[in-house]
Ligand binder design. Structure first.
Ligand code: ARG
Length: 588
């Protein structure tokens, strides 16, 4: 089994060793999990922190050792021998510190260079996951909130895919609401022969939506027809279905322009897809006794909320929640997904919490959040303008995402032309570089902060080559590439014939940081926090700079080993870029 051959992160490998020690040290405590963490102190590279909590658990049983420090000593003494470890020591209240072996570190890096970074992929306990992201609404604006969802969701999907999870990337577009009655009726009115048009009649869907809304609000007869149109659409009448399909198609083309620019792959399964399954699911939930009448509607009561979850409206229609419950049922039962992740603004937290609880009541999900199958809501904060208010254009309209991305590209191109006057860019090179740098900047600016905080959208900040930005990282990466290029050495050859040696602390620090890559991805994925990976790659570029500052590479005795360290830094950095959806530039 390929999965079992994977080594796992350094942290997990050490946890296994400490697990073995704990089983010997405290044989009666079968369920203690080894607590191992990277540490930044003078005692070691990793630390096992079990002694204190374990001591309070076992002290009543009068164990042979007295107090946490002695327990720590015992954990240390029972640690199996391993080539990973240089030395072990106990400090303070029983903290067991591990210093990794330089030799082992060097060998691990070399092995990764030869066998590829995929051998450093973390393991995950699930085979298949759904990431429900982007999910804009048809005929409505795809706004910056959807851009956040698109960027965050894509990164999470990439991290899971890297961890060998099959990811169903789902675009849960809002293509099935009462707004369609209004739009269809308006289409009939404006373009009675809409079916014949070779090209779509509606040019600007935004304006079309606005105009039809005005009509809807001002003319009661129109409103009446619009409401009937919903019923006829849902009843499957051909002309209504055609009109609906045409409206969806126009929106879809707009959305996909954004996805294409950002290099994001998504599979659309919109709300309408789940519609035929809703009655059956509600029926099943009713038979379980979960669905009850309340003020004419049918609802599910869930704990911790003072309102119930409405699953059938008083007019008999279904809503956002009925669709989401049904989609969850489908994903669990038809698609056999074990982890279902939803990426939306935090404003929707209550909705998610409520239908997750309903699903638990139905027995679809275990009560305990640490077991699978499980659902996670990945919430995020607002996008603010530089004035600290909700991000808008000057005319206070919502910002068109395509325009925003164009602007990022334009500004990064200007900057590149200014800086690289001496470079002979071909037109093609400058275009692709401006895209990589500009779009990368937008993505990284979104991902680098904890997603729950609001973030301020500023081209100036995100394109600054001195801050914690994608531009800065792109330069750091391009510099690594240029060091290797300028050495004139064949790096593929060196990987096979040369050896990594960690002579001084700068080399060792860099190697240690590289070796932490797998556990960082694992943590980012477990907690669904892409900013953890951003911190890592930013630190990598800083640690690399320090190394390069102090350690001359080309023309020294250590040249081969240092070039290999440069290459390993480049490989890890590129993988980080890849996971963040950023295209690396090799020359800047
Ligand atoms: N269309 C929704 C919105 O724009 C987001 C859908 C998120 N996914 C879901 N399964 N509810 O707010």
């Amino acid at each position: 089994n390929q999965e079992d051959e994977k080594i796992g992160s350094v942290k997990n490998q050490l946890a296994e060793l400490f697990g073995a020690s704990l089983r010997v040290t405290v044989p009666d405590e079968a369920d203690v999990e080894p607590l191992v963490a990277a540490c930044n102190n003078n005692f070691g590279d990793y630390q096992c922190n079990n002694a204190m909590s374990l001591w309070s658990k076992i002290k009543a049983k009068k164990p042979p050792f007295r107090g946490p420090p002695k327990l720590g000593e015992a954990i240390k003494d029972n640690l199996p021998a391993s080539e990973m470890i240089e030395s072990v020591s106990v400090a303070g209240a029983g903290f067991v510190n591990v210093v990794l072996s330089k030799n082992w570190m060097a060998k691990s890096i070399q092995k990764m260079l030869i066998e590829g970074i995929d051998t450093w992929a973390p393991k995950r306990p699930v085979k298949r996951a759904v990431v429900d992201f982007s999910s804009p609404n048809i005929a409505k604006e795809m706004h910056v909130g959807h851009l956040r969802s698109t960027i965050i969701g894509d990164t999470l999907a990439r991290m899971l895919e890297f961890s060998n999870v099959e990811v169903l990337r789902r675009n849960h577009v809002g293509d099935w609401g009462t707004q369609f009655g209004m739009l269809i009726e308006f289409l009939f009115e404006k373009f009675p022969n809409f079916e014949d048009a070779t090209e779509t009649a509606i040019g600007d869907l935004q304006a079309f939506y606005k105009a039809s809304k005005e009509r809807f609000d001002s003319d009661p007869a129109f409103k009446e027809r619009a409401q009937q149109a919903v019923v006829r659409l849902q009843g499957g009448e051909v002309r209504y279905r055609q009109a609906w399909a045409q409206i969806c198609e126009i929106s879809r083309n707009e959305f996909y322009k954004v996805y294409q620019r950002l290099g994001i792959h998504l599979e659309e399964k919109g709300e309408s897809f789940y519609n035929p399954y809703i009655p059956g699911v509600i029926q099943a939930l009713t038979e379980m006794g979960l669905v009850v009448e309340s003020e004419g509607a049918r609802v599910i009561n869930v704990e911790g909320h003072n309102i119930p979850l409405i699953v059938v409206k008083s007019d008999g229609g279904f809503n956002y929640a009925s669709t989401d419950l049904t989609a969850l049922w489908y994903r669990l039962n038809e698609e056999k997904a074990e982890w279902i992740i939803y990426v939306t603004d935090v404003g929707q937290q209550q909705h998610f919490d409520m239908f997750f609880k309903a699903a638990k009541r139905a027995g679809w999900l275990p009560e305990d959040d640490s077991s699978y199958p499980k659902t996670s809501h990945v919430g995020f904060g607002l996008v603010l303008g530089e004035d600290g208010k909700r991000f808008r254009t000057r005319s206070s309209e919502v910002v068109r995402l395509v325009d925003l991305l164009d602007e990022a590209k334009t500004q990064s191109k200007e900057e590149l032309m200014k800086r690289g006057k001496d470079k002979e860019w071909t037109e093609e090179e400058i275009e692709s570089t401006a895209e990589a740098v500009g779009y990368g900047a937008v993505k990284y600016a979104d991902l680098k902060n904890n997603r729950l905080t609001n973030y301020t959208f500023s081209f100036k900040q995100m394109l600054d080559d001195k801050g914690n930005t994608a531009v800065y990282l792109q330069y750091a990466h391009a510099r690594i590439c240029s060091i290797i290029r300028r050495s004139g050495k064949d790096i593929e050859e060196l990987k096979k014939t040369g050896a990594v040696e960690l002579g001084n602390d700068y080399e060792r620090d860099l190697a240690l940081h590289l070796l932490r890559f797998a556990e960082v991805v694992e943590e980012a994925c477990t907690n669904l926090l892409p900013n953890v990976l951003c911190d890592y790659v930013f630190n990598l570029s800083e640690i690399f700079s320090k190394f390069y500052d102090k350690c001359k590479v080309v023309g020294t005795d250590e040249e081969t080993s240092r070039l290999l360290l440069c290459e390993a830094s480049g490989v890890v950095m590129r993988k980080c870029f890849d996971l963040l959806g950023i295209t690396p530039v090799h020359r800047l």
